[in-house]
Design a protein around this ligand. Structure first.
Ligand SMILES: *Cc1c(COP(=O)(O)O)cnc(C)c1O
Length: 371
């Protein structure tokens, strides 16, 4: 068999996928441009890093690396169970919450089924859907955010899973309680609704719904959250799903037995008990967001109001061109044409000095590329 015909055997959905483009690592830009003093505001990482207690717990596990991790994640599940007020058997731990999204696709989707999500939504939804060979149905956005009425209208008998990011990445838009509740009422009980709450901890809006509160009423809901963002543990890869025990049981069956490593389990467990650090991380984000929004407004640019730890800015040029020019100044942000936003850039909230440096670099670049 020629290699060409061999490659054509890959699932059509896999062949149609564009590879996920992660934020450019600092070391890579260092290699490419020989720059030092690089700042990265490209992956919604916490500029404060993780809690000291989490770091200490991680270091302590280093003496035990010859041992397999606790495959049931007992300690972390106990801590999460207490924090969230749910039974341990409602939890599914993942190698990042992306892992949980994939478990959901593997457990519930097939080539005969559809997954539904919004335009401009998180890139991992098409990825996990198409990797299974299921059909991805993309619903149009409204004001860059989810239009749940439009989504409800696209539910078909083949729809098995609906992915909703609240808040959404890369737009930072969010869905209010009453809107979400009307949607959950409209969804057939045999369709799963995934509420992806990766930025839950940052949101300070009275009408923002806590997905976990819907589980009792809607057993078809799965909430996913992560330690990668506000907890500052992106490098360790830990996230979780909260669902009915029956759904969790199915997800745990398809999970790799040791999908969350021992260092990650220990650090995440410790991070949960350091609420002071979480509060500091959220407060720093609020201040950084205000700084960035003020700076963007001063530059006369428009942006999508965001409740996450990032801001998506319309730059009036192909985003990739401005991105490249910023790279040459040692500032890494994220172009998002793959999300259907070719004139926008997403910038993560950094430390005050990093935000200031980004704003200055953007101002300098826009002198060369005036709007
Ligand atoms: C960052 C992010 C995730 C989580 O990623 P993990 O690091 O795998 O936990 C999930 N959903 C959205 C919308 C995100 O932006």
């Amino acid at each position: 068999m020629s290699s060409e015909s061999f490659l054509s055997l890959a699932l059509p959905g896999v062949q149609a996928l564009s590879p996920y483009e992660p934020g450019k690592p600092i070391e890579e830009l260092q290699r490419e441009l020989g720059l030092s003093e690089i700042i990265k505001l490209a992956s919604n990482e916490s500029p404060l890093g993780c809690s000291r207690a989490a770091r200490k717990a991680a270091v302590e596990v280093l003496d035990e690396l010859a041992r397999y991790p606790d495959g049931s994640g007992f300690g972390l599940k106990q801590a999460l169970s207490q924090k969230l007020g749910v039974d341990s058997d409602c939890l599914t731990l993942g190698n990042g919450s992306n892992d949980v999204l994939e478990l959901i696709a593997r457990a519930f989707l097939s080539p005969q089924h559809e997954a539904l999500f919004s335009e401009h939504a998180f890139a991992v939804y098409p990825l996990v859907t198409q990797a299974i060979g299921a059909r991805a149905v993309v619903s149009p956005a409204r004001d860059w955010g989810h239009d749940l009425e439009a989504m409800a209208a696209r539910i078909s008998p083949a729809t098995r899973v609906i992915f909703i990011a609240n808040p959404n990445n890369p737009t930072g838009t969010w869905i209010a309680r009453n809107t979400l509740e009307a949607f959950l009422e409209a969804v057939p009980t045999n369709t799963l609704v995934v509420l992806d709450e990766a930025y839950f901890e940052y949101v300070d809006e009275r009408a923002y719904p806590d997905g976990v509160s819907y589980l009792a009423r809607y057993p078809n809901v799965i909430v996913t959250r992560t330690f990668s963002k506000a907890y500052g543990l992106a490098g360790l890869r830990v996230g979780y799903g909260v669902s009915s025990p029956e759904v969790a049981d199915l997800l745990n069956r398809v999970r790799q037995p040791f999908n969350v490593n021992s260092v990650a389990l220990a650090a995440a467990t410790a991070a949960l008990s350091d609420s002071e650090h979480l509060v500091a991380s959220v407060a720093a984000n609020r201040e950084g967001m205000a700084q960035l929004v003020a700076g963007i407004e001063t530059l006369g640019l428009s942006y999508v109001p965001s409740v996450g730890n990032f801001l998506t800015v319309e730059v009036g040029h192909p985003g990739r061109v401005i991105y490249q020019a910023l790279l040459e100044k040692g500032v890494i942000v994220r172009p998002i044409e793959a999300y259907g936003m070719p004139q926008h850039l997403r910038v993560s909230i950094g430390l005050e000095v990093e935000n200031a440096r980004f704003l200055q670099a953007l101002e300098d670049v826009l002198k060369v590329y005036p709007c």
